[in-house]
Design a binder for this molecule. Structure first.
Ligand SMILES: [Zn+2]
Ligand SMILES: [Zn+2]
Length: 176
């Protein structure tokens, strides 16, 4: 996903790429790419600044925040990035700063822009803080770990059992 900025002419450059999911390094263990990543968009060059606008689609494998079951999360997200040379022209610095406030700005080196990080950011931005397999996921029992979507366990009722009975029950278990 590296482009030489000189290939971006006055008209800009249409970008349509399919990137193998293995090219992205996900640093979150609980989150991985299920599918290759499709990127379509347009690169525009203004002086030495390059803008990317487009969208990214893929699918992520996550785990439900409550019951930890695996689930898939479809990504169909807008992509916006702004690439600037290492030493921006001091005359346009003010302008650059203004524009940088609402989109991601990356400094490129040697006339080459690399879209990888912007694409990855675009994907990860879509991941909700809490993702659930279903709105009414019941989660797991904090005591026995039973998945409560699949049925209920005895823990809730046992919690109210008199502690003397609890001792008896332990004895009974040991006796077996
Ligand atoms: Zn769940
Ligand atoms: Zn339980």
């Amino acid at each position: 996903m590296v482009f030489d900025i000189d290939v971006v002419g006055d008209e800009g450059l249409d970008v349509k790429i399919q990137v193998n999911k293995d090219q992205f390094e996900m640093d979150q263990e609980s989150c991985s790419l299920n599918k290759d990543v499709a990127v379509s968009g347009h690169l525009t060059r203004v002086g030495d600044d390059v803008y990317l606008q487009g969208k990214v689609t893929t699918e992520l494998a996550l785990n439900c925040s409550r019951c930890l079951d695996p689930l898939t999360h479809s990504v169909d997200s807008k992509l916006k990035a702004h690439f600037v040379p290492p030493n921006p022209d001091p005359d346009s610095a003010g302008e650059v700063e203004l524009q940088a406030s609402d989109i991601d700005t990356e400094v490129y080196e040697g006339h080459q822009i690399d879209l990888t990080q912007s694409i990855l950011d675009g994907i990860l931005l879509t991941v909700p803080v809490v993702c659930l397999c279903s709105e009414d996921c019941k989660g797991m029992c904090p005591q026995c770990g039973m998945k409560l979507n699949q049925g209920s366990c005895e823990c809730a009722s046992e919690a109210s059992v008199d502690s003397r009975l609890e001792v008896l029950k332990q004895l009974k278990i040991n006796y077996k």
